[in-house]
Ligand binder design. Structure first.
Ligand code: NDP
Length: 246
């Protein structure tokens, strides 16, 4: 593959916690420029302080699609290009389908589907002009299969994956790649502490963790550390497996 130049420009949503933050840290460690977006950008203040010339925090609620598009445009105006968009912002939603309200479903679709699609639309003209770029779609193992209590969550991730598979074929001729990432269970703020302390989560980790690609303890990191996922994603920017199952 042609690869991306050093000093890449990244726009990462949900970059203040969990995967997004780990990806931002890995990109900064690689010498890249990172625009970290979240509803509370002040939570990325330490990243900005550590790399004042290469790390920028911006306030963005991705469900505000007009603002999302404006932020993408602003990244290109300020930094001249956009090399990697990471559609990562998200949240958990656990509950029986029967108990999930239409409003809850629509809100989750805004966050996991319509927001990311708006960002894709906004960055694509620039990536096409550049003849390069990678769109990283943070889906989930739940974007490939589902189980009781995960109906709403999975529905939004299935939607994102369906769109992204078509998108990958559409933009490949322009030198733009789409990387769908399907993590299993990682230790982030997504479910809060409670779920990770529960016996159910331990059993889930045992099953999922054992088959996780990056669970080999490389760098002394434990399975479920989002830094392992970030490292895999940075490698995949060049290697281009699709989807990336973690
Ligand atoms: P975290 O809760 O640790 O991080 C979520 C991030 O998203 C935060 O930075 C949060 O910041 C941001 N965010 C939430 N809502 C919005 C919004 N409306 N607009 C912009 N930013 C928002 O969770 P994870 O790191 O675990 O989750 C990241 C992605 O990974 C999600 O898409 C999730 O579905 C996916 N995933 C996670 C798995 C896991 O095991 N942890 C497994 C599979 C997939 P702020 O509140 O300031 O906006």
């Amino acid at each position: 593959t042609e690869g991306t130049p050093a000093g890449r420009v990244w726009l990462i949503t949900g970059a203040t916690s969990g995967f997004g933050r780990a990806i931002a840290e890995a990109a900064l460690a690689a010498g890249d420029i990172v625009v970290a977006a979240a509803r509370r950008p002040e939570a990325a203040g330490d990243l900005v302080a550590a790399h004042p010339d290469r790390a920028f925090a911006v306030r963005l609620d991705v469900t505000d699609t007009a603002r999302a598009a404006a932020v993408a445009g602003e990244v290109v105006r300020r930094h001249g290009r956009i090399d990697v968009l990471v559609n990562n912002a998200g949240r958990s939603q656990i509950g029986a389908v029967e108990e999930t309200t239409e409003e809850e479903l629509r809100e989750l679709m805004e966050l996991h589907f319509f927001g990311p699609v708006a960002l894709v639309r906004a960055v694509l003209p620039h990536m096409r002009r550049q003849g390069s770029g990678v769109i990283v779609q943070m889906s989930s193992m739940g974007g490939q299969m589902s189980f009781a209590g995960f109906g709403a969550y999975s529905a939004t991730k299935f939607a994102l994956e369906g769109l992204s598979e078509a998108l990958a074929d559409e933009v490949a001729p322009f030198g733009v790649r789409v990387l769908i990432v399907e993590p299993g269970a990682f230790r982030t703020a997504l479910f809060g502490d409670a779920l990770y302390r529960s016996a159910a989560m331990e059993a889930y980790e045992e099953t999922v963790g054992a088959t996780r690609t990056m669970a080999s303890g490389a760098d002394g990191k434990q399975p479920g550390d989002p830094a392992l996922a970030a490292a895999a994603i940075l490698t995949a920017l060049e290697a281009d497996p699709m989807p990336l199952r973690l």
